[in-house]
Design a protein. Structure first.
Length: 225
């Protein structure tokens, strides 16, 4: 046994097991920006949105995981008095990476990094909320516009966190990460009237997305003792 600050730590902890199955419980995260939304820094709450498998090797854990999120979303586009957009956003991520435990104690800080692929898609409808614009168009109400956007690309995420081991087979963790997302974006809009005017934009974009908190649990299997 090792002694740190007057407490007792059991050697290796979860490294006594070859594998860990991890479930993402609660998370607060920033999603990729949609069109010209006026509040892109808004965070969303997620619950049980992903799984991860870890391969344990002493103080290093190799991570392989993914997440799936589908939520409804309402936001103002261009300005708070321009358009209001309502629809559904679907987000997939697949990541591989590692984490390094900083000690062998029951409470373990760790650092790490992940790389992977992200796909983000939104489908919804935009409606004008600018009364002056409607008057200039000589219409009581401008036609709604079907809005669709997709982003697909590379993601890189440094990670920092802390683990607590109530038992050798079970771990609770809290971590934060910052996603660098470089994507190919496709935006399309179609007016829902007789003309069905269509607009299409293709761009490459990069953005930083903060995930301030992720809480989850890990179950360790495959004892190597």
């Amino acid at each position: 046994m090792l002694v740190f600050s007057g407490g007792t730590a059991f050697s290796q902890m979860n490294s006594d097991y070859n594998y860990s199955i991890t479930s993402r419980g609660y998370g607060s995260m920033q999603m990729p920006k949609l069109f010209n939304e006026t509040d892109p820094v808004r965070y969303i709450n997620t619950y049980f949105s992903g799984l991860m498998v870890k391969f344990n090797d002493n103080q290093i854990n190799y991570r392989l995981g993914g997440s799936y999120i589908k939520q409804s979303k309402t936001f103002y586009n261009n300005c708070n008095n321009c358009d209001i957009v309502k629809g559904d956003v679907t987000d997939y991520t697949f990541k591989v990476g590692f984490e390094k435990n900083m000690n062998f104690a029951r409470v373990q800080p760790y650092i790490g990094a992940d790389v992977g692929y992200r796909s983000n898609r939104f489908i919804g409808v935009a409606e004008n909320v600018n009364a002056l614009k409607a008057e200039q168009a000589s219409a009581v109400k401008l036609p709604p516009v079907k809005m669709e956007t997709s982003k697909n690309g590379f993601i890189l995420s440094p990670v920092i966190g802390i683990k607590v081991h109530p038992t050798p087979q079970f771990t609770v963790f809290v971590e934060s990460s910052l996603d660098f997302f470089y994507s190919y974006e496709r935006q399309e809009g179609v007016t829902e009237d007789a003309n069905n005017y269509r607009s299409l934009t293709r761009t490459n974009k990069s953005e930083f997305l903060l995930n301030p908190i992720l809480v989850g649990v890990s179950f360790h299997i495959g004892s190597n003792k």
